[in-house]
Design a protein around this ligand. Structure first.
Ligand code: NDP
Ligand code: 8X3
Length: 252
């Protein structure tokens, strides 16, 4: 029987690329996100290629909506094999002492609390079945703070710690936990970070070949397809010419 993967933030970037890779690998898809039109478009595209898809339209920050969405999953889709906690964002690059309160709340509510909500709703079923895999999308930003990264970096450090805690709490089960920590990936990430200033977003990827969503999806699929006795705990994936969150060699 085909395995089922649930992907949060499947409407763009890394999440959308994961949907494609996992579909190609024969998984059934539960695609979640806020953008109903994009979810419908993805459902049409994947279904036309023979992949079974259901979509759940909710904001991971809204716990009641998340609960209702997960409760609405049809019985034959309830045994989720893989949860990819991908929905997330950075907002702003201001020094911490000049940061925007609302941006901070959005990052914390999405990247930390949203991820925790999804974990709390889906992992109990995995424990019951003694089977499953949680793949959390962390970041190189969680390894060490970089200039202006402050709160975003803290949320991604939290993703690492929350994943480590979950792995400890699941050690008596066969449920695996992986943190994938990407470096520079060219997606809609920087457009969101700079509140739609696309020129500033483009500059983030100047002089270096960035990673793509597909590169990260390959890594997630690799972790998902490891043998039963192998748990890929963490993978840090950087662009070539990127040494960490701060040191990036750019060709002129
Ligand atoms: P994108 O902006 O392309 O995609 C982000 C996805 O998250 C979108 O589908 C977006 O949906 C969704 N999302 C954001 N907020 C919410 C919410 N409240 N509820 C539901 N969905 C939400 O960026 P990426 O693909 O790059 O980002 C995916 C993940 O990868 C994030 O967690 C990010 O922190 C992480 N990451 C990204 C890196 C990069 O360089 N790009 C590097 C390291 C980690 P919507 O369109 O509705 O906003
Ligand atoms: C995204 C990567 O380095 O822009 O998490 O923070 S970075």
């Amino acid at each position: 029987m085909n395995k089922i993967v649930l992907i949060t933030g499947a409407t763009s970037g890394i999440g959308e690329a994961c949907a494609s890779k996992f579909a190609q690998a024969g998984y059934k898809l539960i695609l979640t996100g806020r953008n109903a039109d994009k979810l419908a478009q993805l459902q049409h595209v994947f279904t036309s290629k023979g992949t079974s898809v259901i979509t759940l339209n909710f904001d991971v920050r809204d716990r009641d909506s998340a609960k209702a969405a997960i409760a609405s999953i049809p019985d034959e889709w309830k045994n989720i094999d893989i949860l990819i906690n991908n929905a997330g964002l950075a907002l702003g690059l201001e020094p911490e002492y000049q940061g925007d309160f609302s941006d901070w709340d959005t990052m914390i509510d999405t990247n930390i609390k949203g991820l925790l909500t999804m974990t709390r709703l889906i992992v109990p079923g995995m424990v019951e079945r003694d089977k499953g895999h949680v793949i959390n999308i962390g970041s190189v930003a969680g390894e060490a703070a970089y200039a202006g990264g402050n709160v975003y970096c803290a949320t991604k450090a939290a993703v690492k710690t929350i994943s480590d805690g979950l792995r400890i709490d699941l050690a008596h089960t066969a449920v695996k936990v992986t943190t994938v920590k990407p470096g520079l990936v060219e997606t809609n990430f920087s457009n969101t970070r700079f509140h739609g200033d696309n020129e500033r977003a483009d500059n983030v990827y100047k002089g270096i070949t960035p990673l793509t969503g597909e590169d990260i999806a390959d890594v997630a699929l690799y972790a998902a397809q490891a043998p039963a006795h192998v748990q890929i705990a963490e993978i840090l994936v950087l662009a070539t010419h990127q040494a960490n969150g701060s040191i990036i060699y750019r060709q002129k």
